[in-house]
Write a protein that binds this ligand. Structure first.
Ligand code: HEC
Length: 155
């Protein structure tokens, strides 16, 4: 009798362990849920960091070539001889010059050609025109960059 009850008791204990063992995995299942939340929180922070860098980039952009500042350089120095349409004045109309500039002299990019056109106009003479365009050493490097940015916008 006593041996049986020991065995039964033992089985009951084993059963309790089994229940406890079953109950335990339920808790670890809950634990990963909690660990998902911390994962979401750090992912919010890296998202904020790039957006902070993106805010810096537009701030730098205006310090680059400024086409609208270039427009006033053009009005002051060039408009007497150049239309921004395709109509000829003293010099050729400059509509579409941004695209044409890259095809004028082989090996010269649009930017190179425009720089040369302004600083050493005698290097390349547009067919049908007299070589009367003066050079513009008085235009500063910054104004020249702005002026070229403006010329590139002409369509
Ligand atoms: C006195 C008149 C005169 C002024 C001022 C002048 N240009 Fe010219 N420009 C010309 C003439 C004429 C030509 C065509 C002959 C040649 O290629 O040099 C020309 C040619 C050009 C070309 C080449 C166009 C092409 O189709 O390849 C560019 C670009 C140009 N000028 C830009 C300018 C800019 C920018 C200014 C102001 C900084 C300016 N010019 C001021 C008379 C002028």
């Amino acid at each position: 009798m006593s041996k049986r009850s020991v065995v039964l008791f033992g089985l009951m204990i084993a059963g309790l362990f089994a229940l406890a063992a079953c109950a335990d995995p339920a808790q670890p299942t809950a634990t990963p849920n909690t660990s998902i939340n911390p994962t979401a929180a750090p992912s919010g922070n890296p998202t904020a960091t790039p957006s902070g860098q993106a805010t810096v980039a537009p701030t730098e952009a205006p310090s680059g070539p400024d086409a609208s500042a270039g427009q006033s350089v053009f009005t002051t120095n060039c408009a007497a001889c150049h239309n921004t349409s395709d109509q000829q004045l003293v010099g050729p109309g400059l509509a579409g010059i941004g695209e044409r500039a890259g095809t004028r002299v082989s090996g010269q990019s649009a930017d190179d050609y425009l720089r040369a056109s302004i600083q050493a106009p005698g290097e390349f003479i547009v067919e049908g025109f007299q070589p009367i365009m003066p050079a513009f050493p008085q235009i500063s490097d910054g104004d020249l960059d702005n002026l070229i940015a403006y010329l590139m916008t002409l369509e």
